[in-house]
Design a protein around this ligand. Structure first.
Ligand code: ZN
Length: 203
C-alpha cells in the first residue's frame, strides 16, 4: 500500500506557495524492468516524484529547493516551450523540464535519468513516439555524462545494459548491437586481466 500526505511548498524560484502530494511509504513486489523501472506499488507513484510550481513552472522533486541556474532556465523560452509541449503528456513535460535544469547545471547523469522517468510516463500514457524521443534524449545525456566522468549506474555492466535497452527501445538497433559488442569485449578483457592477476598471485 502507498501512503501519502499533502504539503504546502514555497517555490524557490518565484516564492509562491502551492500544495503537493508526498510519499510516506510504498512497496515494490516483483522484479524491476530492464531499465530499472520499479514494480507496483512504487511504479504508480511516479506522478509524485516531481513537483511543478503552478505560478512559474519550476519543476523539481522538491520545488522549495533551489538548483544552480534554475531561475534563469525556468524563465527561458525553451523551458517554457517544453513545459507546454503538446507532443508529450503533462507529467513527461515536467520531467523533461527538470532534465533541462539538471543539464544546465552540468549534471548530465541526473538529466538523463529525468528523461528516463519522462519516457516511463509516456509509456503509461501510450505515447510511443514521445517515449522514443525521451529515450533518445537520455542516450545523448548519458553519453555526455560519460565524457564528463559522471557515472549513471552503480553496478559493473549496468551502464552498458541500460544504454543498450535505451537504444533498443528508441529504435536505434545497430547502435544497440555495437554497444552490446563493446560491452562484451570490455567484459572479456576484464576477465582476461583478472585471470592473469590470479595466475600471478598463484606463482
Ligand atoms: Zn514558482
Amino acid at each position: 500500500m502507498t501512503t501519502t500526505y499533502k504539503e504546502e511548498k514555497k517555490c524557490a524560484v518565484c516564492g509562491n506557495t502551492s500544495k503537493h502530494t508526498g510519499i510516506i511509504s510504498t512497496n515494490a513486489f516483483g522484479s524491476p524492468d530492464l531499465d530499472t523501472r520499479p514494480p507496483q506499488m512504487k511504479r504508480s507513484t511516479i506522478d509524485m516524484w516531481i513537483q511543478t510550481c503552478p505560478s512559474c513552472g519550476y519543476c523539481a522533486p522538491d520545488i522549495s529547493e533551489q538548483i544552480e541556474k534554475s531561475s534563469e532556465v525556468v524563465r527561458s523560452d525553451s523551458y517554457q516551450r517544453q513545459l507546454n509541449n503538446p507532443e508529450f503528456p503533462k507529467l513527461a513535460n515536467a520531467f523533461l523540464c527538470f532534465s533541462l535544469i539538471q543539464e544546465s547545471a552540468g549534471e548530465y547523469a541526473r538529466a538523463g535519468w529525468a528523461c528516463i522517468h519522462a519516457a516511463w510516463s509516456c509509456d503509461d500514457d501510450g505515447s510511443d513516439a514521445a517515449a522514443q524521443k525521451c529515450r533518445m534524449k537520455a542516450v545523448t545525456l548519458f553519453q555526455r555524462a560519460k565524457e564528463n566522468g559522471q557515472r549513471f549506474a552503480e553496478q559493473a555492466g549496468a551502464e552498458e545494459a541500460l544504454m543498450v535497452d535505451l537504444l533498443r527501445r528508441s529504435g536505434q538497433f545497430e547502435l544497440a548491437i555495437r554497444t552490446c559488442d563493446d560491452g562484451l569485449k570490455k567484459k572479456a578483457r576484464e576477465n582476461y586481466l583478472r585471470y592473469f592477476a590470479i595466475s600471478e598471485n598463484t606463482y
